[in-house]
Design a protein around this ligand. Sequence first.
Ligand code: FAD
Length: 516
Amino acid sequence: MASGSNSLMWFRKGLRLHDNPALEYAAKGSKFLYPVFVIDPHYMEPDPTAFSPGSSKSGLNRIQFLLESLVDLDLSLKKLGSRLLVLKGDPGEVLIRCLKEWSIGNLCFEYDTEPYYQALDVKVKNHASVAGVEIFSPVSHTLYNPADIINKNGGSPPLTYQSFLKLAGQPSWASTPLATTISSLPPIGNTGNFAVSGVPTVKELGYEDLNEDEWTPFKGGESEALKRLRESIANKEWVANFEKPKGDPSAFMKPATTVLSPYLKFGCLSSRYFYQCIQDIQKSVKKHTSPPVSLLGQLLWRDFFYTVSFGTPNFDQMKGNRICKQIPWKNDDELLAAWRDSRTGFPWIDAIMAQLRKCGWMHHLARHSVACFLTRGDLFVHWEKGRDVFDRLLIDSDWAINNGNWLWLSCSSFFYQYHRIYSPTSFGKKYDPAGNYIRHFLPVLKDMPKEYIYEPWTAPLSVQRKARCIIGLDYPNPVVSHDSASKECRMRLGEAYELNKKLNGRVSEEDLNKLR
Ligand code: FAD
């Protein structure tokens, strides 16, 4: 970097000071440093037509989580003699104006593989190169650079976890110190005519504020992320013996996994730092689990999906996606709404969706249950529709991981054993026979005896009356019979797989219509 020039640190994800190579670089030798976050109205402003409070792109819980993360980042920057400059508008246009008005010589931001950022970055980079602005855009959101793995594999992404592991190997940085902790930052220069503000509240963005107990219990920010990480790994035995998919999906007071996903999503926590912490623990114990089931293995799943998504055109849709089986899914908006709004009549499914709306987070196996139920298990609704609901309501919603897992759960890619279906009645019972999870998230069923809590429609009317929950009135009857619906799903998947095989994946809409 030309010493003494002005730098702009553009925060998008990577909302942290620790292990932040872009920030570290921007801080070195700059005369003035402008730390910027741009509020894109498209992502943040209320959309009254959406099915839940929030913008057209995100539910309110995630917007609040992001604002909390920005407040925390601003506080940390202030401790180093700087602060976060919040601007509003189309991010590309705002950035280009900033570069010009603040005479920026050096633009730093974390590399992002998501299509939205790829398109945005081309626009900004083109402008910067014409204007002679130097760009520093390191890969620091993931453990590996997805492009490196794809290159190693001859230009296409590895499609299995094992082949990904083989190609990836041990990351070169794994046993070296990460970016240094920043102890001070250059001052902010004159901001001129820009409407620079502090971090807005949800109310200032035009939303109604909620009571404390109505928000997700998970608070955003780097400080919270590091605290949660410390607590999660304090018990070395727990880390060493971590084994997914073991673990109770119905544990909601003390979840069975780390709940670090929302912090990784926004980069409040560095995945590399998380990796090193787990690695240190593994070195200090006699025995530990290994990928794919270990905690380290979970982080590698994250990188696996980032790599495949980066190298697969149209990864987020069925059409034109070469790794996705073409299946004649139904576009049934009524069934979709029943699933989304906890009205399927299957308490295990409805409770999970209630947890999603309330907390924006559910255990991995709970996600498995509802994704399977919506698609190949019972309702045969298109996975893209379920993906959209998750994308809106999850606080950890992540383009690569969400799409990757919906492809997986719907047996559209990666996993093809469509005969193995999660039961919406007996799966949850294995973990929580008394139905405490259901009682918590569906209070209408709180007095239903445990014999009937997973299948309340089988309770005699006298029992329903006593529980003050009449099925069909206070809580719905099941939208489908699981036995016949799952049988039909298997049959349809079988036919679709045959067709994909026969036509070598080149299945047209017309071919699919013949199966509908
Ligand atoms: P832990 O078990 O503590 O794992 C640590 C970290 O590893 C996670 O925070 C996450 O970053 C990563 N990880 C764990 N499981 C997976 C996985 N299967 N794939 C990729 N990375 C993983 N996770 C998201 O972060 N964002 C999503 O949008 C998302 N959508 C999903 C949709 C469906 C249909 C399914 C079945 C799973 C989805 N997951 C998603 C993956 C997984 O359920 C969550 O990452 C995990 O439950 C988060 O909880 P945790 O942080 O306690 O996980």
